[in-house]
Design a protein around this ligand. Structure first.
Ligand SMILES: [Zn+2]
Length: 194
């Protein structure tokens, strides 16, 4: 609970200036990055004592009767288990970003990318993050309906579900500097690490 907050007050009356653009980084209790939320949502989480402020802006959050720290990074008080592989639906944009906008087989970034099932669907392969990669059109065509071991092709990396950091990077226009210490691999290495 922040100093100055009484139980009688509700966060509904706060004026959230620039709320459409002001975003807050949410960390799990373990300090792993989880997602990004609005300033209003972050303030409510802190107000309900479900999160604590780790980094705040110098400029406070004001209401008519009080002022509060303006959260920039918050941390959940209770650890949240995230079933990433289940909750993160596969999209081409995220898949291509995960694979560094390059073909998972030959590494080219210049050809048009397609989604390829490593074990083809016709051979029982499913649409899970571990079974899909970005593939240039020629590699996808060359592989066809064959299993990888039936070809001379190989994967450059082992495909894994994308990390929350990748989603944060893709959905945030500009990553604030103060967030970076909490976002491992947010630089150029993020796509490869994902
Ligand atoms: Zn290729």
């Amino acid at each position: 609970m922040l100093a100055g907050v009484s139980q009688a007050e509700t966060p509904r009356c706060w004026c959230y200036a620039a709320r459409a653009v002001e975003r807050v980084l949410v960390l799990n209790a373990s300090y792993e990055p989880l997602n990004v939320c609005s300033l209003r949502r972050a303030h409510v989480l802190v107000w309900k004592q479900r999160a604590e402020i780790i980094e705040s802006h110098e400029r406070p959050l004001r209401s008519a009767c009080a002022q509060f720290r303006r959260p920039h990074v918050i941390r959940l008080v209770t650890y949240v288990r995230v079933p990433r592989a289940v909750t993160r639906r596969i999209s081409r944009r995220v898949l291509f970003a995960r694979d560094g906008w390059a073909c998972a087989y030959c590494g080219t970034g210049s050809n048009r990318l397609t989604l390829d099932h490593i074990v083809p669907r016709s051979r029982g392969g499913t649409s899970v993050w571990e079974n899909v990669v970005a593939s240039c059109a020629p590699c996808n065509h060359r592989k066809g309906d064959r299993l990888l071991e039936e070809t001379s092709m190989s994967l450059r990396t082992v495909p894994r579900p994308p990390t929350p950091v990748l989603f944060i990077r893709l959905t945030t226009e500009t990553i604030p500097d103060v967030w970076r210490q909490y976002l491992p691999g947010i630089g150029a290495a993020a796509a490869a690490a994902a």
